[in-house]
Structures are given as structure tokens and as C-alpha cells.
Design a protein around this ligand. Structure first.
Ligand code: DPP
Ligand code: ZN
Length: 896
């Protein structure tokens, strides 16, 4: 296998205009007849036709109805003697494949007796020989034939034009997709499914049929997904003028799926995790995720499907843009400014705890990468979440209306085409001539080409005599693989100034006639720039990077008092939250560096670490009469161990765990009465509804209960664990029930065991709930190394299966990727476990294995003995001769 480079892009030598596929579906041996009409691309020199294929049995190739000679070059089928000239050629290829043996879940596979496909990025070549690249777009006619009793439902993209009976109890269905599409958007489904249906008439007056297909027992859990789909359709029409272009839009759920969901044209296929919800089985977070993933896939219908990617290096063209759109959708649905800010904080938290480390590690890559060995490895938080931040910066630079104009121009220019990230940025800029974006477009596009998280250092200088405040911003970006020195980024910094008492100050730049509001955006585009604010009477507190206006690390020498002022008064909720996080981080880092802070044999640090002022500030937030519960819960949650680790050059994961746990315990005890108040004031949310207000109340009550159980375990008082157990038993919704269970498990109370057993018995027939049960135990805070033996036991549980990605993730990923304090054991047991699982999984499902392989990305930062042990574990994986490209690429990069 060879590394593929972006700059090697060549247009295809042939086009495929139309494809007619006929499937005889059989789990052991499915027969695929592929009739396609191909023609030479006159724009490139004549070449043989090279078709991609993988794991196929080739039976026959015909050209214009006659046999032909062909050869195989590796996995490619090469036709050298196609007729000259530009007349279309009819090609017929007959192959078979074995869906039941397909454990990779790429191409055509079987899940619980139902056929599904996954073709993005390069799975279509596992179904038939094809030009498996996104810039080849064809119209499709698909005929499915299968046993009628076992596969009563036969689905593919587009519209159902014919169906009927065949001999031997078989039947068929014929689908025609009127839209040309790249083959990665092809899909078929066949099995015993039932659908929730909804007819809608859009604003434009067109009628559509919406369907959500699931297994028969799951129909009662589809209402929220359907509501989310209808909300998505209405939102895209209202905000961007983008209507539904299909008569029929289908969502189908499967429990065996590598990713979250897939936007196949008109036939989205989803992981059940992002479809099925009832108040008894799904948490508030599940409800929110379903809304956002249903939205995401639906929004792809325009951003991804109508306009697609020229090549896979442009993946963020559709993913970054579509994540931005789903984030905005969720914010618009959430409602008021506070609920929007909560969503923004949650999104930024993901970016900083997952994407920032990626951008600083061996897999760092630009939003538009330059090379890859395996494209599946590049479905990353950089492509998705950082890509969304890049789109968000454009949106903010041109304004909401300007961005809508830019989208309009993008579709006017490129509907039906396969294009690049440059084309998108150009459209947004061209629709907004004179904007900051248009003026600096070339420099702005460094966000696409340069990896790494930029750092912005802020320095303020107050001149009492001149009544000015001079803000200096300086930017730099650490080296990343293959990129040493990087030209300056264009960094929009939204800011405000507060007085020491917390009043918002008017912002007037030197030379301006009057103040322009109390919040504004300055654009840092040089290595260093200054802004002079006038009419300032005392040293102000700067509130910088409001709303997280750019994906950078902001360094500013705030005093504790500055941060307390921001925490108490910043009108920008994001920075208000951020001030609390900075204060907590500061305490954590000081404790890490303080040799007098020592843990006992059990890993406990007894000394109080948090200063009184911080505890008081947390109390004020918790008891604040105006702030929303959801926001309070975010403020009262300490930065994660992963985020703390990222601030350090050398990481002792055990010490970080001990310090954070000590801070949590201190907050639990010092605010005991306040937590009790918070629980009592928020625990009753009435009838279940997943709206932002009740969700926030349940989140805060859940945190309060966890804190009360934590301090009860320390003091030996049984009251709160007893209350948690009662709540666990009597809760009427999964959020409350699971929060109570989590409080018991995380605090290590003995009631956790009977609660876990009862939970399993209650939900043994609900796979998604059993996933939670596994994940909770594998992700629990470690006490003297107890988690690894638990994880090994869980893998022996009859409900465990390595083949089901959700289940594998619930146990193995929750431990290796989600539980640093338990995973980084001084005896290297976690790493040995990890390498065994990567190797085992790689033989089954390389895509999932490669995700797991990323768990040790940051090994170079580890202190000894972890560093050496981690390197050995990675080397052990890398030494296997039979690795997939997926895992090979990850471990090779990690070691180099
Ligand atoms: N394109 C999918 C998504 O992100 C992932 N395969 O929606
Ligand atoms: Zn997507």
C-alpha cells in the first residue's frame, strides 16, 4: 500500500454516467450484476480503464455485449482494449461477495439477519468493480431480489418504481435515484423492518414521505428521531433556503455500524444509538445527540450530496460545513442565549479535549490533509470539529446574512459538482466583497493548509495619563509533522473590557469617532498587533476570545482576581465559564508542581488544594438566582484529566488523577449544604421532556447527587448513598436513573454492586442500555487499580462481543480512551491490554481497531515509567506483519 498525496490528484480517465445494479441477495453468496455506461474523459490522454475492487469474486466481464480481455493489477480490474473515441461503452460486470463474512462492516454486510451497506469512503469497491472516487457521479437504477419471508423490506436510494413476486418465494423491488451521485452515497437495505411514517408538505408546497425503519420491537422508540428529522427539514428551509429534494426520505437503524450515521442519498443508515430513544432507555444526552446527528445527516443532502468532494482530501468541505450547520441547528432549537451558550461550551469542550491533542500529536494534520495511507483514519475531530470552527470563523467574519449569501452563491456555482475547500471559501468571500474575509482570503486559508493549534499571547497596558488601554496580541503555532514554520493565521478575536467591578466598558479604538458597543471583533493577522482603546479610566479586565471566536489557545496573565471578576460578571457566558475553568486549571497545575502535595498509598491527597475564594465563587454560581441550571453544571464541573494533561509537557497521569479527584472531593465537602440545596431544588423535573431547561435541571441534580455521595463515602455517612439508591430504583426516566447509578459507582459505595446487578436485569433486552452499563464500569474513577480487572471480567460477560462496534467501544474504548487514571497503570497492565485488543480487533474490523490504536497518541509526553512502557506496547503492535493499513498508519506515525 502506498501513501496518497493531495497534489497527485488527476481527473478520472473515464466517466460513468449510468449504473444499473441487480442484486441477488444471499448472506453467503450475493450475486451482483453491474451494467454501467462509461465514456472516456476527453480532457485527459487516453488510458486503460482501471476499476477498483476489493474482496470480490469476478465471474464475467462484457463490453458492448461481447466478451473481452482484461487483466488484474493487484485488486484493480484493468480494461486496456476499450473502443477508442468518445462514444459511450456498455460494460457488464458480474461478481459475487460474501456479506455474512464481512466483519469490517464496509461494503455489503449482514447485521442481525438484515443486509446493510456502508460505502463511505471506499466501501463501494467491496460491492462491485467501479471508479470508486467521489468525482465520478452517476445515476443509479437498482433492482434487489431476495427471499420474501426473510427480507420483506427491500430499500435503495431514490424512488421505488416497481415491485413484485418472483419464483421460489422470492420477490424484487426496483429503485431509481434521479440524482447523480458519487458511489460512496449508494445504499441498500434488506430485511425484516418496520417504519414510522410521516407525510409532510414543505413551505414550498411539495409533498414528501418520511420513514424511519427499525426492527419490529423498536418502533416505539422512533418518535424523537422523526421529530428531529422534521425539525431539520424546516430549519434548512428557513435558515438557508435549502428544501428537501426527494419524494421519499428514509432513515434506517442498525446496531452494527462503524460510525454514527451515513448520509446516503435519500436512504440514511444510522447506528441505532442515534435513532432509538424513549425516556425509559435514553438519557438527555442521547436525545440531544439524536437531534444533532439526524440534523447532520439530513443537512448533508445539500452540503455533501448535491455538492460533493472532488477527492477525499476535501473531506472537510462537507464535514466541517455540515458540523457547523448541525451545531447551529441545535443552538437555534435550544432557544435563548443561555441555552445556546451551553451548547457552544459543550462543543468547545470536545474540540479542546479531543481535537487539540490530535493537533499536537503524531496524527496531526491540516483540515485539508496533504497525504494519507488510509482515508478511514482521516474521519477525525480535525476534519469535523476544527473544520466546523473554520466555517464558523468565516460565518462570523462576514456575518449571518453574508454567510447565507455565500451559501447561495456556492450552490449557484457548484450544484451537481464535486469541488474543493477552496471553491467553498471563494464563494463565501465573493458573496461578501469588502469583508475581512474577502480582503484576507489567501491568509485565511492557512486554516485549511496548516496543522497545529495556534497560540495567542495577550498583553495589556494601561496608561492612566493618556486614559488608554493597549492590547497586544502575538501569535505563534507549534511545529507539526512536516510543517515547521507557518505563516500567520487570520484570527478573529471577539473581546470586551470590564471594569474591576465587572461593568462592561464602551470600546472605542484610537482614531474612531465614537465607541462601538461593548463587544467587538478584532482580527489578528500579523505575528503581532496592537489595539489602543481610549477613554479608559482604570485598569480594565479584558474578556478575550468571547464565544471562543477562534480555535486557538489564549494565554493571558490574568490575576486570580481578574478571573473571579470575569466569572462573576462577564456578559459573555462562554468566557464566564472559561474564567472558572482557568481558575480550576491553575489550582490543578500548581498542585501538580508542588512537591509538598503528596498522595498516600491509596492515591488520596488529603490537603485542601482549592483556595477559599474559588470555593466561594463556585458557591455563588451554584446558588445564583438568575443563572440556568445547565450553565451551573458546566461551571461546577472541573476540567477533565485529559485537558489538564494537555497543559503539561511531561505528564504523570496518576498524579493528575489524584489531584483532580482531591479537588472534586474538596468541592463535594466544602459545598455540602449547597449541593444538598441544589439537589432538593432541582431533582423534581416533573413529566419527562428533553428540553434545555429540564435537561439542565436534571444535569445539575445529577452532579449534586454525585457530589453528595462522594462526600458521604469519605465521611462514612450512609444517608446520601441510600437516597441515590432509592432514586436509582424509582426514577421514571433514564437520565435520573443513570445519574443515580453513576453517583453510586463513581463514589465507590457498596450499594453500587446491587444497583449494577438490578440495572442489568431491568435492561437485559435493551442493547443500547447494556452499552451504558458496560461503559459506566469501564470508565469509573480508578481506586487502587480496580478498573482493569473489572474490564477483563466484563469482556468475559455473555453480553460482550468484540464484533459489535458499539459493544467493543463501550468496554474497551471507555477504558483505554476514556479513563486515563485507570488506563495508565504503573505496571503497564493497561498498555498490554490495549495492544492485545488492537491486534484482536484489527483482524475483525480495521477501522474500529485503528480508532483504538489512537489511545496512545500522546505517549511521548508521558513521564517514566509510562513512556517506555507505552512505546513498547506500540512497538509490539507495529511488529505484527499482518496489520491493516488503518492500524499500520496509526502506529507507524506514533513511533516516528
Ligand atoms: N459522512 C458520515 C458523516 O459524518 C460519516 N461517514 O455523517
Ligand atoms: Zn458528516
Amino acid at each position: 500500500a502506498a501513501v496518497i498525496h493531495r497534489t497527485d490528484y488527476q481527473p478520472p480517465a473515464f466517466w460513468i454516467d449510468h449504473v444499473e445494479l441487480t442484486f441477488d441477495l444471499d448472506p453467503a453468496k450475493t450475486r451482483v450484476l453491474n451494467k454501467m455506461r462509461v465514456r472516456r474523459n476527453a480532457a485527459v490522454p487516453a488510458q486503460p480503464l482501471r476499476l477498483h475492487g476489493e474482496d470480490l469474486n469476478l465471474a464475467r466481464v462484457m463490453v458492448n455485449g461481447a466478451g473481452t480481455s482484461f487483466k488484474m493489477e493487484g485488486a484493480q480490474l484493468v480494461l486496456e482494449n476499450l473502443p477508442e473515441g468518445d462514444a459511450p461503452v456498455d460494460l457488464e460486470i458480474f461478481t459475487t461477495c460474501a456479506p455474512a463474512k464481512n466483519t469490517q462492516l464496509m461494503g455489503l454486510y449482514v447485521s442481525q439477519g438484515t443486509f446493510f451497506t456502508q460505502c463511505e469512503a471506499e466501501g463501494f469497491r467491496r460491492i462491485t468493480y467501479f471508479l470508486d472516487r467521489p468525482d465520478v457521479m452517476a445515476s443509479y437504477t437498482v433492482t434487489l431480489r431476495a427471499d420474501k419471508a426473510q427480507y420483506p423490506v427491500l430499500l435503495s436510494n431514490g424512488n421505488l418504481v416497481e415491485q413484485g413476486e418472483l419464483d421460489d418465494g422470492r420477490h424484487f423491488a426496483k429503485w431509481v435515484d434521479p440524482h447523480k451521485k458519487p458511489c460512496y452515497l449508494f445504499a441498500l437495505v434488506a430485511g425484516k423492518l418496520v417504519a414510522r411514517e410521516q407525510k409532510i408538505r414543505t413551505r414550498a408546497g411539495t409533498d414528501h414521505l418520511l420513514q424511519v425503519y427499525v426492527r419490529p420491537g423498536d418502533l416505539g422508540k422512533t418518535e424523537h428521531a422523526m421529530n428531529s428529522l422534521m425539525a431539520s427539514i424546516a430549519w434548512d428551509e428557513a435558515r438557508f433556503g435549502l428544501p428537501l429534494d426527494l419524494e421519499r426520505f428514509m432513515i434506517v437503524a442498525t446496531s452494527d455500524f462503524n460510525m454514527g450515521a451515513m448520509e446516503n442519498k435519500g436512504l440514511n443508515i444510522f447506528n441505532t444509538k442515534y435513532v432509538l430513544a424513549s425516556e425509559a432507555t435514553a438519557t438527555d444526552a442521547d436525545f440531544a445527540n439524536i437531534e444533532s446527528v439526524v440534523g447532520h445527516e439530513y443537512f448533508h443532502n445539500w452540503t455533501g450530496n448535491r455538492v460533493t468532494c472532488r477527492d477525499w482530501f476535501q473531506l472537510s468541505l462537507k464535514e466541517g460545513l455540515t458540523v457547523f450547520r448541525d451545531q447551529e441547528f441545535s443552538q437555534d432549537l435550544a432557544g435563548d442565549a443561555s441555552a445556546r451558550a451551553v451548547k457552544r461550551i459543550e462543543d468547545v469542550r470536545v474540540l479542546r479535549t479531543v481535537q487539540f491533542p490530535e493537533d499536537a500529536g503524531p496524527m496531526a494534520h491540516p483540515v485539508r490533509p496533504d497525504s494519507y495511507l488510509e482515508i478511514n483514519n482521516f474521519y477525525t475531530v480535525t476534519i469535523y470539529e476544527k473544520g466546523a470552527e473554520v466555517v464558523r470563523m468565516m460565518h462570523n467574519l462576514v456575518g449571518r446574512d453574508g454567510f447565507a449569501q455565500g451559501m447561495k452563491l456556492y450552490f449557484e456555482r457548484h450544484d451537481g459538482q464535486a469541488v474543493t475547500c477552496d471553491d467553498f471559501a471563494q464563494a463565501i468571500a465573493d458573496a461578501n466583497p469588502g469583508s475581512e474575509l474577502a480582503q484576507r482570503l489567501d491568509a485565511f486559508k492557512h486554516w485549511y493548509s496548516q496543522a497545529g493549534t495556534p497560540r495567542v499571547q495577550a498583553h495589556g497596558h494601561f496608561d492612566a495619563a493618556a486614559r488608554t488601554y493597549t492590547l497586544t496580541l502575538r501569535q505563534s503555532c507549534p511545529a507539526t509533522p512536516g510543517q515547521q514554520d507557518k505563516p500567520a493565521f487570520v484570527i478573529p478575536v471577539e473581546l470586551g473590557l470590564l471594569s474591576a467591578e465587572g461593568a462592561a466598558l464602551p470600546l472605542q479604538l484610537q482614531g474612531e469617532p465614537a465607541a462601538a458597543g461593548s463587544s467587538r471583533t478584532v482580527v489578528l493577522s500579523e505575528p503581532e498587533q496592537q489595539w489602543v482603546f481610549t477613554g479608559i479610566d482604570a485598569v480594565p479586565v479584558p474578556s478575550l476570545l468571547r464565544g471562543f471566536s477562534a480555535p486557538v489557545v489564549l494565554e493571558c496573565a490574568y490575576s486570580d482576581q481578574d478571573l473571579l471578576t470575569l466569572l462573576a460578571h462577564d456578559p459573555d457566558p462562554f468566557n464566564r465559564w472559561e474564567a472558572g475553568q482557568r481558575l480550576a486549571l491553575r489550582t490543578a497545575l500548581a498542585a501538580l508542581d508542588n512537591p509538598e502535595v503528596v498522595a498516600d498509598a491509596a492515591g488520596h491527597i488529603a490537603a485542601p488544594l482549592l483556595p477559599d475564594a474559588f470555593v466561594q465563587a463556585m458557591r455563588s454560581v451554584l446558588r445564583h438566582p438568575q443563572l440556568d441550571a445547565a450553565f451551573k453544571e458546566l461551571v461546577l464541573t472541573l476540567p477533565s484529566e485529559t485537558y489538564i494533561a494537555e497543559q503539561r509537557d511531561v505528564v504523570d497521569p496518576q498524579r493528575i488523577h489524584a489531584v483532580r479527584e482531591a479537588m472534586r472531593a474538596q468541592l463535594a465537602q466544602a459545598l455540602h449544604d449547597d449541593w444538598q440545596w441544589a439537589w432538593e431544588a432541582h431533582e423534581n423535573t416533573g413529566g419527562y421532556s428533553p428540553d434545555p431547561i429540564s435537561t439542565g435541571r436534571r444535569a445539575l441534580a445529577g452532579l449534586a447527587l454525585a457530589m453528595l455521595c462522594l462526600s458521604a463515602v469519605r465521611t462514612g455517612n450512609p444517608v446520601w448513598p441510600g437516597k441515590a439508591y432509592q432514586r436509582f430504583k424509582s426514577a421514571s426516566n433514564m437520565t435520573d436513573r443513570f445519574n443515580a447509578l453513576t453517583a453510586l459507582v463513581y463514589s465507590g459505595h457498596e450499594l453500587a454492586q446491587p444497583a449494577l446487578a438490578r440495572f442489568h436485569a431491568l435492561f437485559k433486552d435493551e442493547p443500547l442500555v447494556i452499552d451504558k452499563w458496560f461503559a459506566l464500569q469501564a470508565g469509573a474513577p480508578d481506586r487502587a487499580g480496580h478498573v482493569l480487572p473489572v474490564v477483563r471480567q466484563l469482556m468475559q460477560h455473555p453480553d460482550f462481543s468484540l464484533k459489535n462496534p458499539n459493544r467493543a467501544r463501550s468496554v474497551i474504548f471507555s477504558y483505554c480512551n476514556g479513563n486515563p487514571g485507570a488506563f495508565h497503570r504503573a505496571d503497564a497492565g493497561g498498555y498490554v491490554f490495549w495492544s492485545d485488543r488492537v491486534i484482536e480487533l484489527d483482524a475483525i474490523n480495521p477501522q474500529v481497531a485503528a480508532r483504538l490504536a489512537r489511545a496512545l497518541d500522546r505517549w511521548r509526553k508521558l513521564a517514566e515509567p509510562w513512556r517506555t512502557a507505552a512505546r513498547e506496547a506500540i512497538a509490539r503492535v507495529a511488529a505484527r506483519p499482518d496489520l491493516s493499513n488503518d492500524v499500520r498508519e496509526v502506529v507507524t506515525r506514533a513511533l516516528n
